[in-house]
Design a protein around this ligand. Structure first.
Ligand code: TA6
Length: 299
């Protein structure tokens, strides 16, 4: 794992490094377009706020930053499986990428004034007990007027590998009563709140109780329309066939205990990836990537 001093080699105007809590290192970006923080653990974009805008990425006001533990908020990387492990429930939910350190490999200043950081997941004996396949994974994060993430998995094995994945993005909203998610009308989904029943979405997604849906076979742009903040968050994706919409609502939020008072009202997860029947088969010596871009526009 890189230390604060080894990370300093990448420091530059608008890019510094600090320790949020014991052993929990973050990169802090402040450029012409936006401010952001990226945790070394999970290469998790904890915050992203374009200049002159409200925060786009939500982080629980009571989030704890502990090595080896997932954090409530940001953009957790669910990899190399989404949700519970198919056969071994003792393995961590949503895979191990989000609770493992990533190595900062490159920092690139783009002509647009944006900053692109490439991270690679660190393999270790601990990760190999969970996943003993040779599948290096990188995450390219571009902090600009928009937020762009590209998750790339290479299969160095001589046989195909199956991966399910998602960027489990927590978005800041004004209030759960004031938002709708457009772009999923007519799409089929598995309703995790109702025993994984397969259903079809009619119209926009609204939230008035716990929502936990995996929409499948959809590559469409989604838009979070927020009447309270008078803004739309455009969620564009490439090579992603699944979109997950999740809000725990009050009872589950209280049980989870790490969203803060009424925190569930201020967050909405719209996650892009490839899950369930959209899991990805990466051929031997092949490569797979999927990308998302988040753009804010006034209403
Ligand atoms: O993506 C939605 C979901 O799978 C929900 O079922 C809920 O478990 C959520 O992820 C959060 O999971 P976590 O392991 O971060 O508490």
């Amino acid at each position: 794992m890189q230390t604060l001093s080894t990370l300093q080699q990448y420091a530059q105007t608008g890019l510094t490094f600090s320790e949020l809590s014991e052993g929990y290192l973050v990169a802090e970006i402040d450029n012409a377009h936006a401010k952001a923080r990226i945790a070394v653990q999970g290469a998790n974009v904890l915050d992203y706020q374009p200049k002159g805008q409200e925060p786009v990425i939500w982080l629980s006001p009571v989030a704890s930053f502990k090595v080896g533990k997932s954090v409530r908020g940001g953009v957790p990387v669910c990899w190399p499986w989404f949700g519970a492990h198919e056969v071994d429930s003792s393995k961590p939910g949503h895979g191990y990428a989000r609770v493992t350190p990533w190595t900062l490999q490159t920092v690139e200043n783009l002509d647009s004034g944006a900053l692109r950081l490439r991270w690679q997941l660190e393999e270790s004996n601990a990760t190999r007990t969970l996943w003993d396949l040779d599948t290096p994974v990188t995450l390219d994060i571009t902090i600009g007027a928009n937020l762009q993430l590209i998750l790339t998995t290479r299969n160095l094995n001589d046989s195909p590998v199956i991966v399910s994945e998602a960027l489990h993005t927590y978005f800041t909203i004004s209030d759960v009563d004031k938002v709708q998610v457009h772009g999923l009308d007519g799409c089929e989904y598995y309703d995790k709140v109702e025993g994984m029943q397969r259903k079809t979405q009619t119209g926009a997604v609204t939230i008035s109780s716990e929502v936990d849906r995996v929409y499948v076979n959809t590559d469409t742009e989604c838009v979070i329309e927020d009447q309270g903040l008078q803004r739309r968050i455009h969620i564009n994706k490439q090579n992603s066939q699944s979109t997950v919409v999740w809000n725990p609502w009050v009872d589950k939020a209280n049980k989870m205990g790490d969203l803060g008072d009424d925190g569930y009202r201020r967050m909405l997860c719209v996650e892009s990836g490839n899950a369930l029947e959209n899991e990805v088969i990466i051929p031997a010596l092949g490569e797979h990537y999927f990308a998302v871009e988040y753009r804010v526009a006034a209403m």
